[in-house]
Design a protein around this ligand. Sequence first.
Ligand code: HEC
Ligand code: HEC
Length: 410
Amino acid sequence: MQLRALSGLSYLIVLAPLFLVGCTREAPLTYVISEPVQELPTLHQEQIESTLTRLFGSPLEPRLMMPSESEGSAEDSDEAKTQEPPLESLVDAAQLAHGARVYRNQCAGCHGVSGDGNGAAAPYLQPRPRDYRQGVFKFTSTAYGSKPTRSDLERIIRRGARGTSMPAFRWMSEEDLNAVIRYVMHLSYRGELERYLTQVAMDYDEEEEIDPAEFFDAMQRIHGSWVQAGDRIVHPRTPPPQYSSETVLAGRKAFLSRGCSKCHGDDGRGQTDWLSHEFLAEQEAKPEHERVQLNRDAWGHIAPAADLTAGMLHGGRRPVDIYRRIYSGINGTPMPGFADALAEEPETIWHLVHYITSIVEGGPVRPEGAEGVESTEGQDATEGQEATEGQEGVEGQEEAAAEPAESTSS
Ligand code: HEC
Ligand code: HEC
């Protein structure tokens, strides 16, 4: 109890000055053009910038436009044929602008105005706030490589990522929440398109214009990947077995024999020492071949295997959350998925879940889950409740909650 209070307090003390910095420094209200784009020939730079502005507007007047699929207007004149197709809005403009305001007030201090993860507070945070521009999200209920569903984003924003600086916005109004989710998606679409076009530009000569079709195909593809997320939700292949000392033991065996311990250590404590300056200095002093191979994530940051005993699973602690981390892996990080490796023995995934649940608080959790989890947690009653839900029949519930990412036109 005391320990929790203390860590809560130190979190506040550390972060308070950062937020002050965030408030006093007026954030620039334009989207930052990424460095790789700045290195392109002027023609391509201008083309990419103007297309991004046409499709996404600015932080004060954001939009999310898509080339319209109807061919009709393109045939009206020869001129129209060579021009870019007409655009239609994917979202309600007022809602998006509202989301942009919520984002500026509550998120940009960490995630940056452009969603590049470079807000004023970012340099002081470990792990770093997510850079949405890669279009990669870690804590999804969907298969490896997929986008999150709307309810995945809702969950991370409402609950935060424990053990990281990502706060829980429990009391945010539904309206603000829906709007800010929209806006995060908008930033992610924009960033992903920008990245893709930077690569495409390399295939063109300096004075050759990029074919507008490239812009629009890419945009369709990105949009498609968000829309499809709802169909790619991972449902446990077998129902969870009753939690018991046998299942925990079976899980421990698998943990040691299936390679988990190679990264997470025999005790599950992970590679957290990687984050200390001493460790890094020590590594640097060694000759190349003696150094530990430091894995990095898609954002280029050192990505140590998680400490599974710390009581802070970033991706959620419901059994189904842990199941999905193991089954699908974690997008953009070295954590591999075990769907294939354990295809013949799907129950082993549940055993691993039970084992992790048993070590997560540094001690076993009571079989029924709920009371045990809740009382040590102290965070709130719903969390404990959810843990039981997970064990019983999350599947149906999740299905009901999950909604294809695109359908918000309300
Ligand atoms: C104090 C800093 C901070 C603030 C403020 C903040 N975040 Fe985060 N956010 C983070 C960090 C750090 C992570 C990365 C956590 C990780 O990698 O485990 C993150 C991750 C995320 C993710 C990625 C989840 C995933 O599955 O990859 C989303 C989405 C997100 N934040 C949305 C928001 C929104 C929306 C707001 C404002 C309403 C917000 N954040 C405010 C620090 C912050
Ligand atoms: C190649 C190294 C590697 C292997 C092998 C590996 N992991 Fe991981 N694991 C990671 C990394 C790195 C992370 C942290 C990802 C991140 O940055 O959020 C992680 C995260 C996790 C998480 C999520 C923790 C959270 O905060 O939500 C779970 C659960 C997990 N691993 C379980 C396992 C299990 C069970 C196995 C074996 C079946 C396993 N891992 C094998 C590297 C590995």
